[in-house]
Design a binder for this molecule. Structure first.
Ligand SMILES: [Zn+2]
Ligand SMILES: [Zn+2]
Length: 709
């Protein structure tokens, strides 16, 4: 074996070819072996429209390590990759492109064309994103890849919506949403801009019921909305109003009795510290109203005119109504003062019109029936959390959860499968397949304009990816999955929804283990973001130092649930380790002859000691891996390989080589098994070395070492 081996590991030349070899080997695709329990991870799908960022590189490292480990242990191992349509983010992103490149808005294209063009853009980008996963070394099964808008996934989403509706778990409720009177559409929160506007702050005296000449004074920039007030709120910590909380105020003009409530949402510094609460016409007030069970009275319509609920002001435009109301209050002596006031008003991102928060019909999930079983599986340990303390975080949240509004005012996503009758506003049909007639009166129908919250379809991800609701072989074998690994900041958005919907849809937990990784921060501890200019681009790092160095750089010192620090220096440092492995193997290959089985040689005492010590390393590394202590396993193997094996043992064995079969066999034995154990962490350099030592075989498909007896 005198083939010339390059002096350094040339990652740029080597890595892509190795990945191709792996992918073509078919080893990423597990065989269904009914007698064996599979190890399954469904990948958190990255956004299809975007590039991978450093947070993705962290989850790829963690999940790929676990997947390669279990594959080496001989378990049927599935890591199912996917891509997310990322409704809101994608739509905003593409609207920006349209505007910048063509000066167009989504309305110029229309719904169908907009979706078509965005879809084409995403198809092209998605391939690039998938190739980035390959560059990071993700050993996932591409034959099973899924996109959240795939037809079978979309079918499963509509199927679930219908099932939940039939089971009484969905209802249509009202929520205050920003309405653009010019675009005549409800906007999502992120389609809203703000601008400073010069207005007035009107201080109105609300009499206290049963007490003469006692008032609570509220300040408002929109006096016309007072007609829809259903409470006055103060901050619970505000001593000025301590005696008034729990009492009743009488709403002027309407003569309606409304409660005075305490809510932490109120800032003591605004106005008098007491604010009027109008749930129908303010997004925050709507939330306050929900917390205090306040009625919702809608006094402004989609035409920006006062409704019948506004009494004698009905039909007036909001501005005219405001003036008339102030005049009447002044006549009654109920205006304390009027001040000029600068405030930020919400405007339409597109047309810059002032937005009007109005009540809109939205779909909600009745959440309580779903939480009880989802709490139980965490309590009993049927689902475990790493780190453990997230179990409490999860349970606390589940116990205080509110009904879930799943309607989104977006075009890009799963359109809500409900068809409304054109003749009768009370008629509608919930249907998996399109319908064109009202089932009650035969009239024409129109599909709901809204799409579903991304987290609704994401909540079904662990089983829609496996073919559910069909009883596919994949679903039967790989579900429930083994581990869900994701960042802790989406435990509520995503993990909780997967558990609730998983149990509801399949009767089983979606996974046995939740592993929560921290966020990646820069050296100063700041969150990595484009706007901060501290971005560490994972693909750039791979190009400069190799994927192995990036993976170790992210993993070093990492503890689950804790944020970790990334820096280019650290990644560069781990390139040295890849080179260390390369050089040690090169030395052994050039100086220690052929790999001979340990059992074929008589071991010298010093080699026997070395091998005995190595058995403890195998046991310890295996223990760390089984307990998901990945950083400790990496550190152990790094320390052992560099400082024990290379610095001490190779040095001491050097002089005995070529004459001493015992030393040669020991070197080969330890190197070989170190390569296998290091493979999950540094897949590329370990495989490259393996290819030199054992041409024709793949380290990827080797067996994890066990202790020699
Ligand atoms: Zn607009
Ligand atoms: Zn009808």
């Amino acid at each position: 074996m005198n083939k010339e081996i390059p002096k350094i590991f040339e990652h740029q030349k080597t890595e892509p070819g190795l990945y191709q070899k792996w992918e073509q080997s078919g080893l990423f695709t597990p065989k269904i072996e009914p007698a064996q329990k599979p190890y399954t991870i469904i990948m958190p799908p990255p956004n299809a429209y975007d590039q991978l960022h450093i947070g993705h590189a962290l989850f790829v490292a963690i999940e790929d390590i676990m997947v390669r480990y279990h594959r080496l242990k001989g378990e049927p191992t599935l890591w199912l990759p996917g891509a997310d349509h990322a409704a809101l983010a994608s739509q905003i992103f593409f609207e920006k492109i349209l505007k910048e490149e063509k000066g167009l808005t989504k309305y110029d294209l229309g719904r169908e064309e907009f979706i078509k063009q965005l879809g084409a853009h995403i198809d092209a980008n998605r391939e690039m994103m998938e190739n980035q996963l390959r560059r990071l070394g993700a050993s996932c099964d591409w034959t099973r890849k899924k996109f959240t808008l795939d037809e079978d996934v979309s079918y499963a989403v509509r199927y679930t919506f219908k099932k939940m509706y039939d089971d009484g778990l969905l209802y249509r409720g009202e929520r205050a949403v920003n309405w653009c009177p010019r675009c005549e559409t409800f906007l999502s929160d992120l389609e809203v801009d703000h601008k400073d506007s010069a207005g007035q702050l009107v201080y109105i005296k609300y009499p206290i019921k049963g007490e003469t000449n006692k008032y609570i004074v509220v300040a408002t920039t929109r006096p016309e909305t007072m007609l829809g007030d259903t409470a006055v709120a103060v901050n619970p910590g505000d001593k000025r109003f301590k005696d008034l909380v729990g009492k009743t105020a009488v709403l002027p003009i309407m003569e309606r009795e409304i409660p005075i409530v305490a809510d932490a949402y109120v800032t003591m510094e605004f106005g008098t510290g007491a604010v009027k609460i109008t749930p129908a016409h303010d997004l925050n007030d709507f939330e306050v109203g929900k917390r205090h069970n306040l009625p919702v009275i809608s006094v402004i319509g989609v035409d920006s005119k006062m409704t019948a609920a506004a009494g004698k002001f009905k039909g007036l435009k909001t501005k005219a109504a405001a003036a008339a109301i102030v005049e009447e209050l002044q006549a009654q002596g109920l205006i304390e003062k009027i001040e000029p006031y600068q405030n930020a008003i919400s405007i339409c991102e597109r047309c810059k019109s002032t937005l009007e928060p109005l009540l809109s019909k939205q779909w909600f999930v009745k959440i309580k029936p779903l939480t009880d079983p989802a709490i139980k599986v965490a309590e009993t340990g049927e689902i475990k959390f790493i780190p453990e303390h997230f179990q409490k975080v999860y349970m606390n949240w589940m116990e205080n959860i509110h009904d879930w509004n799943i309607s989104r005012q977006l075009w890009w996503g799963h359109r809500i499968p409900v068809y409304y009758c054109q003749n009768n506003p009370d008629h509608f049909v919930v249907s998996i397949d399109p319908v064109n007639k009202c089932s009650e009166c035969g009239g024409g129908v129109k599909q709901d304009e809204d799409t579903l919250d991304t987290w609704f379809s994401s909540g079904l991800w662990p089983f829609t990816t496996l073919g559910w609701p069909k009883e596919t072989n994949d679903f039967k074998y790989f579900y429930p999955t083994t581990m869900m690994e994701t960042a802790y900041d989406i435990i509520f958005f995503w993990v909780a929804r997967m558990i609730m919907l998983g149990i509801y849809c399949t009767g089983k937990v979606p996974f046995e283990l939740v592993y929560l990784n921290g966020l990646v921060r820069d050296k100063q501890g700041a969150k990595i973001s484009r706007s901060k200019g501290n971005v560490v681009d994972p693909l750039e790092m791979v190009g400069k130092y190799g994927a192995d160095a990036l993976r170790l750089g992210l993993l070093a010192g990492m503890a689950p649930g804790n944020d970790s620090i990334v820096s280019e220096e650290r990644i560069r440092g781990y390139r040295n380790f890849a080179n260390k492995i390369w050089n040690a193997a090169r030395f052994i290959q050039m100086n220690a002859g052929e790999d001979i089985d340990l059992d074929q040689v008589e071991l010298n005492p010093e080699d026997a000691v070395q091998i005995k010590e190595f058995q403890a390393i195998i046991a310890e590394a295996t223990g760390h891996m089984d307990k998901y202590r990945l950083a400790q396993a990496a550190e152990l193997l790094y320390e052992y390989f560099w400082h024990q094996f290379c610095d001490k043992y190779i040095e001491s064995a050097k002089n005995r080589l070529k004459t001493d079969k015992s030393a040669e066999a020991t070197l080969h034995y330890i190197l070989k098994n170190c390569l296998i154990m290091l493979h999950p962490f540094v897949p590329f350099v370990s495989e490259a070395v393996w290819q030199n030592l054992y041409p024709g075989s793949l380290l990827l498909g080797e067996k994890w070492p066990t202790r020699r007896s």
